[in-house]
Design a protein around this ligand. Structure first.
Ligand code: SF4
Length: 251
């Protein structure tokens, strides 16, 4: 299904993302996923943290195509509960292509041999443990899917259903869903929760940089708590590389 665009943006990819966003802004997340896979099938991956709310998007994707590539950033600093949950949830949903992305050995050996870089430079730590592994893994793909939602933080209030960045389209099918929507979907499909949710962790990343939060706080308030950092860097737009500068697709 082609998406017509009258966007004034000078980038064809940005105009394409704006057209998708305009067409799907109020659509059900399942329909957004269907549209994304219909256009980019074989060239699209879903990036999941297997965190607090990951089961909903993973379940929807598995219902449409259980062989979709699912990229999990295995930073080497996860809670043991997250690694267990990644295995059990993937198995239960029947996902057949979950890929564990690990930091490059040389980056760890040179920059973080004692695994405590997070104490002195969280940006550098996230770069070698998240940003670079994901950049490498996404190279063959023209589009990717995230689980980000507007309600998660003030910084995400204007999150679009589709964005352009690094030469790819990024879909956020859950952008306009509320916490109540997610909880209702999880209950309807009896999806297992990440075990740390029950003990006060509504957003879960690496153990050194994740804390439980108090009632009424942003769900991401426990991420890098006490610092200015609010994102790991994988959602910060960087220039496209020649290998991934593609509009792609026919919608
Ligand atoms: S979240 Fe913390 S431990 Fe994980 S990669 Fe970033 S700085 Fe390092």
């Amino acid at each position: 299904m082609p998406f017509e665009s009258d966007a004034l943006d000078s980038s064809p990819l940005a105009a394409h993302a704006a057209a998708i966003d305009a067409a799907l802004r109020t659509a059900h997340p399942r329909d957004i996923l269907r549209a994304a896979l219909a256009e980019y099938g074989g060239r699209i991956a879903l990036v999941s943290s297997f965190g607090a709310e990951s089961a909903v998007l993973l379940h929807m994707a598995a219902q449409i195509d259980p062989s979709i590539p699912v990229l999990f950033l295995d930073t080497g600093q996860h809670f043991g509960q997250t690694l267990d949950y990644r295995k059990t949830l993937a198995g239960r949903l029947g996902l057949t292509d979950v890929r564990d992305l690990r930091p490059q050995y040389q980056d760890i050996a040179v920059q973080d041999p004692s695994a405590n870089l997070y104490k002195t430079d969280t940006d550098a730590c996230c770069t070698i443990r998240k940003v670079l592994p994901l950049d490498r893994a996404l190279q063959p793909f023209h589009a990717w899917i995230t689980g980000r939602k507007r309600f998660q933080a003030a910084s995400r209030l204007r999150l679009a259903v589709a964005e352009a960045g690094e030469g790819k389209i990024k879909f956020n099918p859950l952008a306009n869903w509320s916490k109540a929507d997610l909880d209702a979907y999880a209950a309807e499909h009896a999806l297992p929760a990440h075990p740390l949710v029950a003990v006060g962790y509504p957003s879960i990343g690496c153990w050194p940089c994740t804390q439980a939060v108090d009632d009424g706080e942003d769900v991401r308030a426990g991420r890098w708590a006490g610092s200015e950092k609010i994102e790991c860097g994988i959602h910060v737009t960087r220039p496209p590389t020649p290998s991934n500068d593609a509009v792609g697709g026919d919608i």
